[in-house]
Design a protein around this ligand. Structure first.
Ligand SMILES: Nc1nc2c(ncn2[C@@H]2O[C@H](COP(=O)(O)OP(=O)(O)O)[C@@H](O)[C@H]2O)c(=O)[nH]1
Ligand SMILES: [Mg+2]
Length: 328
């Protein structure tokens, strides 16, 4: 059954892929089963992260980059992680209209993922959708995500190349840099260069980059002026992304990036399993009894938690022969 879905997706069945993505978004256990098989067929795509504050022009840039990458015959996937739901309720952002121009191109697949309501596991869901796009045979996958505060996907941990998009007059540029975005960026795109202040923002970013000690073997972030809405600076951005890709491969850095991604994914998978496990535990009778005991101060919460964990996780651990099962 699960293998069927994998075969279908590998064979380019767009509806099967869309269905699995919906399952991922709805957090269906079945989707996890399907991803188990699918995962083994992934790892070929190149992932580009596009991050920055809302309104700087990430979606417009992604749209322009699609056009440019398509001219080079790359197959493209896009995941837009947005606090709003950009493609369906996108009055605010209008992503649907803009990216809609690729709607008839079968080698472009765009998926939005509403970040609202995801207490945790957003990185997991994002990566899962990336895997589906990867299995579909997309060469380049762009992940657009807001990246100025807490709780968002830290895209630089997922991406091979991270674009940080800034625009003049946002007022929060410096703050973003304090938030570690400076280290996360491989390429800065100063978008809305048609507006006042773009040049000085570029200088400001370059000055800040100058403060960071540069290792001659290390990639030095490039700062590009762009007008996504007019297609300006897009070719330069694409060329720079491809140059960064060549750098990652020739320096061997790509292996580090990918093992960092694998690590993140494993941690997320463990956390997910534990969360499911916790949900199971809090349903049972013993949990109720402990809650009552706790409320009556017959036990403290730490000992109660230990009791529950000893009884469940350890009890479920497969026993090795001759060994007691208390050695977790
Ligand atoms: N003046 C100007 N506006 C732009 C440019 N690029 C995008 N915009 C506009 O900025 C607004 C926000 O763009 P959007 O791509 O939705 O930003 P996102 O929230 O970062 O994805 C839209 O109204 C765009 O048309 C640009 O180069 N110059
Ligand atoms: Mg957007």
């Amino acid at each position: 059954m699960e293998k069927d879905i994998t075969d279908k997706i590998l064979n380019g069945d767009v509806r099967a892929a869309a269905r699995l993505m919906r399952g991922i978004e709805d957090n269906l256990p079945q989707a996890v089963e399907e991803l188990r098989h699918l995962y083994m067929h992934t790892g070929k795509a190149y992932i580009i992260g596009i991050t920055g504050a809302p309104g700087v022009g990430k979606s417009t840039l992604a749209d322009a980059l699609i056009t440019s990458f398509r001219k080079r015959k790359f197959k493209i996937g896009v995941v837009a992680v947005d606090p709003t739901s950009p493609f369906t309720g996108g009055a605010l952002l209008g992503d649907r209209i803009r990216m809609g121009k690729h709607a008839t191109d079968k080698d472009v697949f765009i998926r939005s993922l509403a970040s609202r309501g995801w207490a945790g596991g957003l990185a997991r869901a994002t990566l899962s959708i990336v895997h589906v796009l990867d299995a579909m045979g997309k060469d380049i996958i762009m992940v657009e995500a807001v990246g100025s505060g807490q709780g968002e996907v830290d895209i630089s941990r997922v991406a091979d190349t991270t674009l940080v998009v800034l625009s003049p007059g946002m007022g929060d540029e410096i703050q973003m840099m304090k938030a570690g975005i400076l280290e996360a960026a491989d390429i800065f795109v100063i978008n809305k260069a048609d507006k006042e202040g773009a040049e000085s923002l570029k200088i400001q970013v370059e000055q800040m980059l100058g403060i960071i000690p540069q290792n001659k073997d290390k990639w030095k972030p490039i700062v590009i002026l762009a007008q996504a809405v007019n297609g300006k600076g897009i070719e330069e951005t694409v060329e720079t992304v491809l140059e960064h890709k060549r750098y990652l491969i020739s320096s061997g850095q790509i292996k580090h990036r990918r093992s960092e991604r694998a690590r993140l994914e494993l941690v997320e998978a463990i956390e997910h399993s534990l969360r499911l496990h916790v949900n199971e535990i809090i349903d049972d009778d013993n949990f109720q009894n402990l809650t009552t005991a706790l409320a009556q101060r017959k036990i403290d919460p730490y000992s109660a938690a230990e009791q529950v964990l000893n009884r469940t996780i350890i009890a479920k651990k497969p026993r090795k022969s001759g060994k007691k099962n208390q050695d977790i």
